[in-house]
Design a protein around this ligand. Structure first.
Ligand code: GLY
Length: 597
């Protein structure tokens, strides 16, 4: 039984959600800034949900719930659920609207991972809709003529970084397996909003402004985001007839209309003729794309099984490692204000990230110790390293049980924050948690048929080897880049109790792990857990969330040997707790809401 620990840290989380608080200037390193204000014509239920979020109170419902990053997308999903649709149906409606109103984060030109709890069979299923490297891509794609890694944004912007999109195939596959509503109707709101226009949100406007130079490099992209040469302004009614047409094709022909025909040839020619930085994606790559069903990865934590997406995502393994190592420590007794609790969380995270950098990649291409990495005995062994009083001076990968010889060098890929998360529970008891992305904010900045193309290939390591030793996450033709996306369903006694996930690059892992700890150990409700200020450690430096009480931990953390970096930490957590009723929380750092009935 969870007991509630309302703390000073939490009270600051509630203050965090006050309108206008903690506005960040989005920059090249954090292209997904925080949100300020709302200008969309809002319905009463949306206003109520935004007010609840600002007050730090979860949304409660009896039958169904949807939480995602934009009110228009959430409303589209709510409409489907209200009409008796399944969580898979609602997800399709949410995703096609997100691709319009939050185009910088996810869309048809990107990829996604989904975990599904099936109420009839009681099973968890994960679907991998990750982008693939083109068959013509070589491992040195992101190296210059001297074999040196390209600068990150030189690789990102243009055709070189574009992987084969997976999201349209994932939407179709989820609907084929679990849909109850006719497919074409799921596109109605997306088509209407694209035809009639939607009001540009403050968040989108500020992100366009901050990225104006890169968006201006390609005429089609510039015309849409910088009409007449000036960045879109908040409140501007933006129409996207090309996107409406693309949705009509998808509604009529399914994913085949995307992976073949004019949309596909538009993608290929946009990538291959991108000025300065053309890519190698081909019609064959698109025609061959497949969604893959994979075994969920689950790790025990307290009374729960925390389940999510295995390779090529590092999400569930790294979240599972962090929680598994912390299992032997009494975080509940310490509480969220304890520096010792944050020392343990930060160090567990560093150890998990060391394993992530060494071992995690697309296991269809490289052997991986997937089971060994979350084996409770291995994690107990690793947890002994946490038994210290100061920050560890050295953190190295461990030796999980592995039935294969391996000799990998540590990965050197950079993953910046972007992406979007959708959590849905339907009226039949099915649960969906899906994280969806085009990678960097605005992806490759290339646009075709009304949507942006991803830059997912830059999630691969730019180097193939270190000191002659191969890197597991090196680029290979057909391979899927390692991800940090962590769509999660927490189970208790065989039943789902929490759906959660977040954007945020490789910090996704820390955001999700911290929120699960806040909920499971500190008794916070879902809104409190997602609002709780962030303290995140991946590679040694402790990131503490700027202008929140998390900053107040800096001196104590420095005192025990950590480097500390106060900074904006723009997660986008969306969570639903499943108990007698449903309880939804949306991240105050972005524009999303939860709706339910
Ligand atoms: N590109 C973000 C991720 O896959 O983690």
């Amino acid at each position: 039984m969870r007991t509630s620990r309302i703390s000073g840290l939490l009270l600051s989380a509630v203050a965090f959600s006050a309108p206008g608080f903690a506005q960040e200037t989005a920059d090249a390193v954090a292209p997904e800034g925080a949100s300020e204000g709302q200008v969309q014509a809002l319905t009463e239920e949306v206003i109520a949900s935004l007010e609840a979020k600002a007050a730090g109170v979860p949304i409660e419902s009896e039958n169904w719930m949807v939480a995602a990053a934009n009110p228009l997308a959430v409303e589209a999903g709510a409409k489907v659920l209200r009409a008796g649709g399944s969580a898979a149906d609602a997800m399709v409606a949410v995703q096609v609207v997100l691709g319009l109103v939050e185009p910088q984060s996810s869309g048809l030109g990107g990829g996604a991972f989904l975990i599904w709890y099936d109420a009839v069979s009681g099973q968890l299923i994960t679907l991998d809709g990750r982008e693939t490297a083109p068959l013509a891509a070589t491992p040195t794609l992101f190296q210059d003529e001297n074999g040196e890694p390209l600068k990150f944004f030189d690789a990102v912007v243009g055709g070189l970084s574009v992987g084969t999109p997976g999201t349209p195939a994932l939407l179709e596959e989820a609907h084929r397996r679990w849909g109850r509503s006719p497919w074409p109707g799921l596109f109605t709101d997306g088509i209407r909003l694209a035809d009639e226009g939607f009001l540009v949100s403050p968040r989108l406007a500020s992100l366009v402004e901050n990225d104006a130079e890169r968006l201006s490099r390609f005429p089609v992209t510039a015309e849409y985001f910088l009409p007449g040469g000036a960045p879109l302004q908040q409140g501007h009614r933006l129409m996207n007839p090309d996107y409406a047409e693309t949705l009509r094709v998808l509604a009529a022909d399914g994913a085949a209309g995307f992976y073949g025909g004019e949309i596909a040839s538009g993608i290929v020619s946009t990538v291959r003729t991108a000025p300065d930085n053309p890519g190698v994606l081909s019609g064959t790559d698109l025609a061959l794309y497949q969604v893959i069903e994979r075994e969920p990865v689950c790790a025990a934590y307290r009374a729960y099984e925390v389940c999510g997406m295995g390779p090529p995502s590092s999400g569930a393994l790294t979240v599972g490692q962090i929680l598994g190592m912390l299992s032997t420590y009494d975080l509940s007794g310490m509480g969220p204000e304890s520096v010792e609790a944050w020392r343990l969380i930060g160090e567990a995270s560093r150890l998990a990230f060391a394993d992530r950098g060494r071992y995690m990649a697309d296991s269809d291409f490289v052997p991986m110790p997937t089971t060994g990495l979350v084996d409770p005995d291995y994690l107990s062994e690793r947890a002994v390293l946490l038994n210290a009083e100061a920050a560890l001076t050295e953190v190295a990968p461990g030796n999980p049980e592995f039935d294969h010889a391996s000799n990998w060098a540590d990965d050197v890929s950079l993953e910046l924050p972007s992406t979007s998360h959708i959590s849905i529970v339907d009226g039949y008891g099915n649960v969906l948690s899906m994280t969806t992305t085009i990678e960097n904010g605005f992806g490759s900045r290339l646009m075709t048929s009304g949507f942006l193309l991803n830059n997912e290939l830059t999630d691969f390591s730019f180097k193939t080897h270190q000191g002659g030793v191969p890197i597991a996450n090196r680029l290979e033709p057909g391979k899927r880049p390692r991800s940090s996306m962590s769509p999660t369903i927490v189970m208790q006694d065989g039943a789902p109790v929490l759906a959660i996930g977040s954007p945020g690059g490789s910090r996704i892992i820390g955001y999700v792990a911290k929120s699960i700890i806040a909920w499971a150990d500190w008794g916070m409700d879902v809104q409190q857990a997602v609002s709780l200020p962030h303290l995140v450690n991946r590679f040694g430096t402790y990131d503490v969330e700027l202008e929140t009480v998390a900053e107040g931990y800096a001196d104590a953390l420095i005192g025990i040997g950590f480097e500390v970096n106060p900074r904006d930490l723009t997660s986008g957590l969306h969570a639903i707790e499943i108990g007698e009723n449903l309880s939804g929380g949306a991240d105050p750092r972005r524009e999303g809401i939860a709706l339910g009935e």
